[in-house]
Design a protein around this ligand. Sequence first.
Ligand code: UDP
Length: 337
Amino acid sequence: MSILLTGGAGFIGSHTAVEMINAGYDVIIADDLSNSSEKVIDRIEIITGVKPKFYKVDVSVKEDVRRIFEENNIEGVIHFAGYKCVPESTKVPLKYYRNNIDTTLTVLEVMEENDCNAFVFSSSATVYGDKNQVPFREDMPTGGTTNAYGSTKLMIENILKDVAAANSKFSAVLLRYFNPIGAHPSGLIGEAPDGIPNNLMPYITQTAIGIRECLNVFGTDYNTPDGTGVRDFIHVVDLAKGHVAAIKYATEHTGAEAINLGTGNGSSVLEVVHAFEKASGVKIPVVFKDRRPGDVEYSYACVDKAERLLNWKAQYDLNDMCRDSWNWQEKNPKGYE
Ligand code: UDP
């Protein structure tokens, strides 16, 4: 029995592949490499001693997904494949709707053809929108997403709830990620953004290594202790382990469950900068800028449900996350190039 990881060569997918292999699963990766590198597959082998079976395919192409199911005995799918650049999604929304929804529908249809019923989805805390109070709980109303990327996550959550309601054998775990940072402690896999990073940690590490001049801190007038935005940063290895627990849950239950993957702790942008400086010994020049459109003031998780249903809890702290992000950046200044 195998588990298919769509988008398994990406940042979260690759770390999940490692933890799935470590937990004894047979892992198959499908990835079109549109935002990742084939080198990831070799690095996963170096870390685990096991080379996952790899298909370079676009999972919106039904024939290709069918072939993967024909050639393997797939028990469940962890669906990471999707575009994730928030600002790009506001400029070319159709690209995001077409790709993110299409890939999901195709994978679900082929799963149905094969009576494969365990699905774990890469959702996002962005589905909580800007009206809810922290800590975000899974039973809060979703909606009010501020960009097309977030809207695709919300739409796919709704699709999965409908599929689970219609098919009593189907199980979907909707993992709502908070802010994954860090990298595998080996420094062999990590986040490799294409071009100028949009997210905080890769921007910090690229500033530290000299690729960027200084960090722009977006917003200093939020109603937070130091005026900068607060997020729930979670080590990507912890996040990956949450997927191992989630696919086990999905194979043993039916129905749709949304589950937060966060630490439950909020850290401000400036706290992250200071933690990074301490972990790396490198000073980060910062420039204070206006708020970035679409950003919320606070985002952090209530983590009770993950603990209760998945028996999972984040282990790494902010210092570990900064150390491992910096280790990855130092060892791979140009990502996988
Ligand atoms: N941020 C920042 N400078 C950057 C990138 C991000 O100040 O170059 C801030 C951003 O405004 C937010 C926090 O860092 O308050 C986290 O942003 P990120 O894009 O990493 O994740 P998001 O929470 O938006 O998904």
